[in-house]
Write a protein that binds this ligand. Structure first.
Ligand SMILES: Nc1ncnc2c1ncn2[C@@H]1O[C@H](COP(=O)(O)OP(=O)(O)OP(=O)(O)O)[C@@H](O)[C@H]1O
Length: 241
């Protein structure tokens, strides 16, 4: 298996929304590789294409041109069902506004992705409670999102993203709705997933506080990568157990 079979590789990807006069080129040929054990931060002004890039990396969309390969599987030519299968198997998403179901308890929210892959209810509950405990929320597992703080809700969202044990974690503005201390807990959690567990973590954020927490930072402007900065020597994929 080559190192790229474990990485998330984007090659010359382009995507335009709409057509004719309404055509909006969101990405104009972007290439990057996110590796196991690395926290990659994508920054850039509003409308520069960051979310679109994250959607390509998470098999939510496929590029009009170029190629995206997720841990050795190319998304080119795949239909919605096949893309969903990749997401269920490989990708954990964390969004800015948590996207938790208000009527479900914290553990039920975390167990949802396991329901989708047909895991039996009891083992799903065990896994959900264990993940919440790992994130310091053992005593909040039976609470509904409305009874939790913003930072606690985001940690529930992180636990849900991890429920099906994905190799890739993609987070879109995961700290935007959080105060400094809560944001830090979430970022440290994401960092340890990369550094201790060898997962691929990609963050999109405007949040300057995240800049020194990433291993590498890519700046996107007008649908192109205009700068890349390495913050610390990332571990080669082969070093990850
Ligand atoms: N569904 C859509 N239909 C049409 N245009 C879209 C759509 N989604 C995004 N765009 C356009 O594509 C470009 C890139 O959008 P994208 O959401 O990827 O940027 P972004 O960098 O994530 O912005 P922000 O930081 O404001 O979230 C923008 O010009 C945006 O208006």
């Amino acid at each position: 298996m080559s190192a790229n079979d474990q990485a998330l590789v984007v090659e010359d990807a382009a995507l335009t929304y709409g057509s004719g006069e309404a055509a909006t080129p969101a990405l104009r040929g972007v290439s990057l590789t996110a590796r196991p054990g690395e926290v990659l931060l994508i920054r850039g002004p509003s409308g520069s294409g960051k979310t679109t890039l994250l959607q390509l990396m998470g098999a939510l969309k496929t590029p009009d041109r170029g190629r995206v390969s997720i841990c050795g599987t190319s998304t080119t030519g795949l239909g919605q069902r096949q893309l969903q299968a990749i997401r269920l198997r490989r990708i954990g998403f964390v969004f800015q506004f948590f996207n938790l179901f208000p009527t479900l308890s914290a553990w039920e929210n975390v167990a949802l992705p396991l329901d989708l892959v047909g895991r039996d209810r009891r083992s799903a509950e065990r896994r959900a409670r264990a993940l919440l405990a790992d994130l310091g929320l053992a005593d909040r597992a039976d609470h509904r999102p409305g009874e939790l703080s913003g930072g606690q809700r985001q940690r529930v969202a992180v636990a849900r993203a991890l429920a099906h044990d994905p190799q890739v974690i993609l987070a879109d503005e995961p700290t935007a709705a959080l105060d400094g201390a809560s944001g830090l807990v979430v970022v440290e959690t994401l960092r340890s997933l990369a550094h201790r567990e060898g997962r691929i973590v990609v963050l999109v954020s405007h949040d300057a506080r995240l800049a020194d927490k990433a291993d590498r930072e890519i700046t996107v402007e007008d649908g192109r990568i205009v700068a890349e900065q390495r913050k610390r020597a990332s571990m080669p994929a082969g070093d990850i157990a």
